[in-house]
Design a binder for this molecule. Structure first.
Ligand code: HEM
Length: 157
């Protein structure tokens, strides 16, 4: 079983690298770069890049979730969710839930259309809002990654 846990952990981290790495690329490179374009071209530029990445992120979020649940189950960690010293588990689960909701529910059902409508009326404000939301998600992701690795390797807060 130890081998499977090691493999699950490696796949979990690889999926997180792709997903959070992509989020950071959008936050720190794509969105600031779009700010240099004329306002009315920003929404189309964002849609082209983000929607292509969203398709890939659905795969990595699914892999991170499946491997995470497998580790929770095999390491018997569900009850540790209530332990404040194990806050990393709650942080991982909460962050995953936000992204899974955005990617699998909100984006296909209504966010896509909402974004297009808002961007047509207020392209500058929509760009600013997207940047702010991506920065917040990036910050939460960084705290979670640092908390997860430091916590697993003995750092206790
Ligand atoms: C459904 C969501 C998730 C579940 C159930 C989950 C669960 C787990 C579990 C059980 C471990 C092993 C922890 C331990 O040995 O104490 C782990 C490791 C890890 N998780 Fe998650 N996780 C989830 C999502 C995430 C997210 C969203 C991130 C990052 C943003 C993340 C980053 C990591 C990292 C980096 C490790 C490896 C730590 C190490 O071994 O050095 N996980 N996860």
């Amino acid at each position: 079983m130890n081998d499977w846990i090691a493999l699950a952990r490696a796949l979990h981290v690889a999926a997180v690298v792709h997903w959070i790495g992509g989020l950071m690329f959008v936050t720190f490179v794509v969105l600031p770069g779009l700010g240099d374009l004329p306002a009315e071209q920003r929404a189309a530029g964002f849609a082209a890049v983000e929607r292509r990445f969203a398709r890939q992120a659905r795969v990595s979020v699914a892999i991170a979730g499946a491997t995470g649940f497998f580790m929770m189950q095999t390491l018997g960690l569900w009850s540790a969710l209530l332990d404040p010293h194990m806050w990393r588990l709650g942080a991982m689960l909460a962050l995953w839930t936000i992204f899974a909701f955005m990617l699998f529910v909100a984006e296909p059902l209504f966010l896509h259309a909402l974004f297009d409508r808002r961007a047509a009326v207020d392209p500058v404000g929509t760009h600013r809002l997207l940047l702010r939301m991506h920065r917040v998600l990036t910050l939460l992701s960084l705290v979670t990654v640092v908390g997860a690795v430091a916590g697993v390797h003995g750092f206790d807060v």
